[in-house]
Every structure is written in structure tokens, then in C-alpha cells.
Design a protein around this ligand. Structure first.
Ligand SMILES: *[C@@H]1O[C@H](CO)[C@@H](O)[C@H](O)[C@H]1NC(C)=O
Length: 470
């Protein structure tokens, strides 16, 4: 190599090195300036406003009695305001990381204080107008609209919740005969009764019957048009019920469906509008729940596999496991005993996302394992399901045993304790009790009472007439 060639090569290398250093410096500077910009942005983010829960009217009465009129006037103003305030502040904000299991394992409610306060207000202020068909024996289809005479009939088992909700509602002080006072309007048809009425029976006929009924309500009463049905609701626990609104666009899009088949993947179910109803079988009371140490079997499942891919998958994987009782047919011994002797009781999607197995498990103090993707679980905005159940994705069925065995005895004990805490939410009573299935469902409706503000009404009427002139 000549000296000139060596110098050229050296100069070339030097130039490359300088260029690279310059590039690196530039990149570094850009990065740090971006960081400063980000930091500045963060500093300028406004604090999230704190939404106070609506004022409670008893305070006002108490203030009046004490002659404290000022406090009362202030509250009166607030009383009007809540109509336009969002009320579902109980939802767990997604921006806050979930609570750590170790320190908060016993905390089942997202915000018990706020919930309890708002619940109390519901008991005092919530008013429902029930269309009079629910009381009219003269109607040829009175059976469809009036309360069921024998809700405990074992044949109704799966639809017990549908009938109990209606019976409890009709007997409750929520009902007002003055529609001007009503927050919501109840359409009292029963899908379960229609399903068993030879004059109706088929899914298509049910949808037609319901559409005709809504048409009549819309023609004869002014309330429907005011919100195009958005402040109306109906209940169905029958799986066919989720198609009940198929022939009535407004019922489908606007009205609230209180439904056991709360599948967020189903075209007729809208999670933030519709209300999941807990599917509960009537069961005799279980005052002495088997404690964790006496639960000798790891897991229990028994139920028809039907055509369910998920159930078949489960049985193919775990049907012969010596530590678990997982059967497609009847299990050995009694069904109820199996809930008592098992640590975990499986709820597995069949035709629908829902079955009464979750509430059965909770009733007998067995920790529910939920294998049912897209199930909008009842009361999930109030109670934290991860604190009293194990939710497993359908694709993780092969990992079922590993997942269950990875839960420590201490963690299991806590899950079990929490199951007992939520038991009251999964039962119905002839005379409804505080926080039972009836009141919890009413509370979900209460949260949805202001979905349509009265200010929107004129606009809705305009929209309605435009739609009809198209
Ligand atoms: C509600 O609106 C529809 C369509 O515009 C109309 O046919 C019906 O008569 C209205 N109902 C009442 C009670 O005015």
C-alpha cells in the first residue's frame, strides 16, 4: 500500500465516523426534546374532575325540620342537576391500575360507600310506570302480561329470574300509577309464557307479537314517542327472548332489555344499554356452607354437552381426571353434594353464555370458574368478579388444572370468603330483601334512567318524523 492510498482510506474512515457521530447527536437531541415536550404536556393535563354523588333527599327533609333552609335550598338545586350528571361513576376507571390481590383481596365492591349511598337514593326516588296490561284479566293474552301464578313450578327453573323480577316489581313501591312521575316504563310481556302458549310459541311469532304490542303502546300512549322507547324496558330470561325485539327496530335499538343471555357478542345485546339478569334456580337455604378444608375435590362440572364446542373441549380434556368430577352425563351421587364437596364449580358456555350454575355455585359456597367468553356478567360494575371467581378463557381449557392448582390455599380461602359476601346478590325473595337480585337489577336500571335527557325529546320527535317521511 502506498502512503497516498493509506491517507485516502484514513480520511474516508474519519469522514464516516464524523457523520455517524453527528447523526447520533441529532437523534439524542430530538429524543430529549420530545421527552421535555411530553413532560410539559403532562404538566398541563387538567386534573380529572371529581363528580359528587347526587344529593340525598332525606338530608333535605332533616335540614327543613331543623330550620336549616339554606342547606336545603342548595340541595334542591342539586336535586335538579343530577338529571344531567352521569351517574355510573361506580365503574372502575380503566386508567387506574387494578388493586393488588394481596392487599385488597377482601374488597369485593369497587366503591361500596358510593354504591350504598346511591342505592339508598334509588329506594326513595326511583319510579316505574307499568303498562296496565299487567293487571288486566280481560285481555285474551292476559297470561302473557300478568304475573305468573306459580313461579316455583320446577318446570320454570331456568326462567325463575324472569318471573320473580316481574312479581317483585309489581308488588314494589317503585311502581307509580302516575306516568308523569315515572323515571322508566315497564313493558310487562313474558317471553317464557309466550314460548309455552300454543297460540304463539315459535320465535318468529314471539317477535311479531312483541312488535305488535310495541306498535300499540306507541299509538295509544304518548310516553313511547317522547324517547322513542329509550326509557322503556322489558325482561326476559328465556334464551329465545334475546330475539324478542327482532321485529321492532325501536325496541331493539332504544329500549332496555333485562336479559339472562347477556352475550356482548350477540347482535341484539348492547352492554351499556341492556342489563344482565342473574340466572338463578330456586334453592332451599344453605345456612351451613362447607368450609374450604372440607372440600376434597378440586373441581366439578356436570351438564349436557349438547352441541357445545366448549363443553366438548372441556370433557375431552378433563373428563377422566382423577382429581376433578367433570362429566357430560349425570355425576355419581347428588348434584348438590358435588357443589358441597368441590373447591371450584365450573360454569361452561353451552348454547348461551349463561346458565344457573354460577348462582348455584355461589349458593353452595363453591368458587365459580367461568369459562364463557363474551359473557357480560351481572352487576360487574359494582362487584369485582375477580375477587370471588376464576375467569378462564375458552382457549385456556387445557390449562384448567394448572391454573386452579396455582391458586394458593390462602388465596382460595379469600375467594371462598368473598363468595359468601356476594351470596345475597344472587337470590330472589317473595318479599325482596336489600341488595338481593331484585334490588341489584333495579339498581342497574336506576343507573340507566337518564340515558336520554328531556332536552333531547324535541330533537327525537323531529328525528322520528323525518325517519317516517323517508
Ligand atoms: C307516535 O309517533 C307515531 C309516528 O310518528 C305516530 O303514528 C303515533 O300516533 C304517535 N303516538 C302518539 C300517541 O301520538
Amino acid at each position: 500500500m502506498t502512503a497516498a492510498r493509506a491517507r485516502r482510506s484514513w480520511r474516508w474512515q474519519w469522514q464516516l465516523l464524523t457523520a455517524l457521530t453527528l447523526l447520533a447527536l441529532l437523534a439524542l437531541q430530538r429524543l430529549s426534546s420530545r421527552n421535555t415536550q411530553l413532560l410539559e404536556l403532562q404538566n398541563h393535563l387538567p386534573n380529572l374532575p371529581f363528580l359528587a354523588p347526587p344529593a340525598l333527599s332525606p338530608f333535605c327533609n332533616a335540614a327543613n325540620a331543623n330550620g336549616n333552609a339554606d342547606a336545603c335550598t342548595a340541595r334542591k338545586l342539586e336535586d335538579r342537576a343530577p338529571q344531567y350528571l352521569p351517574t355510573s361513576s361506580l365503574k372502575h376507571p380503566t386508567s387506574i391500575p387494578p388493586l393488588k390481590k394481596t392487599s385488597n383481596a377482601g374488597v369485593v365492591y369497587y366503591n361500596w360507600k358510593l354504591f350504598q349511598k346511591d342505592y339508598r337514593e334509588m329506594l326513595q326516588r326511583f319510579r316505574i310506570y307499568v303498562y296496565q296490561d299487567a293487571y288486566n284479566k280481560g285481555n285474551a293474552y292476559a297470561n302473557v302480561f300478568m304475573r305468573h301464578e306459580r313461579p316455583l313450578d320446577p318446570k320454570l327453573g331456568n326462567y325463575f329470574s324472569e318471573h320473580m323480577f316481574k312479581i317483585n316489581l309489581l308488588d314494589s313501591t317503585f311502581v307509580t300509577s302516575n306516568p308523569a312521575q315515572a323515571n322508566l316504563f315497564f313493558l310487562p310481556f313474558s317471553v317464557n309464557v309466550m314460548r309455552n302458549d300454543p297460540r304463539i310459541r315459535s320465535e318468529t311469532s314471539i317477535a311479531e307479537f312483541v312488535a305488535k304490542y310495541v306498535e300499540r303502546i306507541r299509538r295509544e300512549f304518548e310516553f313511547w314517542n317522547k324517547s322513542l322507547g329509550a326509557d322503556h324496558f322489558y325482561v326476559c330470561c328465556h334464551s329465545v327472548g334475546r330475539e324478542a325485539a327482532a321485529r321492532s327496530l325501536y325496541l331493539q335499538r332504544n329500549a332496555m332489555q333485562v336479559s339472562c343471555s347477556s352475550n356482548i357478542y350477540h347482535k341484539f345485546y348492547v352492554p351499556h344499554k341492556d342489563v344482565p339478569l342473574a340466572q338463578v334456580w330456586p334453592r332451599p337455604p344453605e345456612p351451613h356452607v362447607t368450609p374450604p378444608q372440607h372440600r376434597k375435590r378440586l373441581a366439578f362440572y356436570a351438564g349436557r354437552a349438547q352441541n357445545s364446542r366448549v363443553r366438548n373441549h372441556l370433557i375431552n380434556n378433563w373428563g377422566n381426571d382423577p382429581d376433578m368430577d367433570i362429566r357430560a352425563d349425570k355425576i355419581r351421587g347428588s348434584y348438590i353434594e358435588a357443589f358441597r364437596r368441590s373447591k371450584y364449580c365450573l360454569h361452561v358456555k353451552g348454547y348461551e353464555v349463561n346458565t344457573a350454575r354460577i348462582s348455584d355455585a355461589i349458593h353452595y359456597g363453591c368458587v365459580p370458574v367461568i369459562i364463557s367468553d363474551h359473557y357480560d356478567l351481572p352487576f360487574a360494575n359494582i362487584i369485582d368478579w375477580s375477587k370471588f371467581s376464576v375467569i378462564i378463557s375458552q382457549t385456556d381449557i387445557p390449562l384448567l388444572k394448572t391454573i386452579l392448582l396455582s391458586i394458593s390455599d390462602a388465596a382460595y380461602s379469600q375467594l371462598h370468603k368473598n363468595v359468601l359476601k356476594v351470596r345475597k346478590h344472587f337470590s330472589w325473595h317473595k318479599q325482596p330483601k336489600d341488595y338481593d337480585s331484585f334490588h341489584m337489577t333495579m339498581y342497574q336500571l336506576w343507573l340507566r334512567r337518564n340515558i336520554i335527557s328531556p332536552l333531547a325529546t324535541s330533537h327525537m320527535e323531529w328525528a322520528s318524523s323525518t325517519l317516517h317521511n323517508l
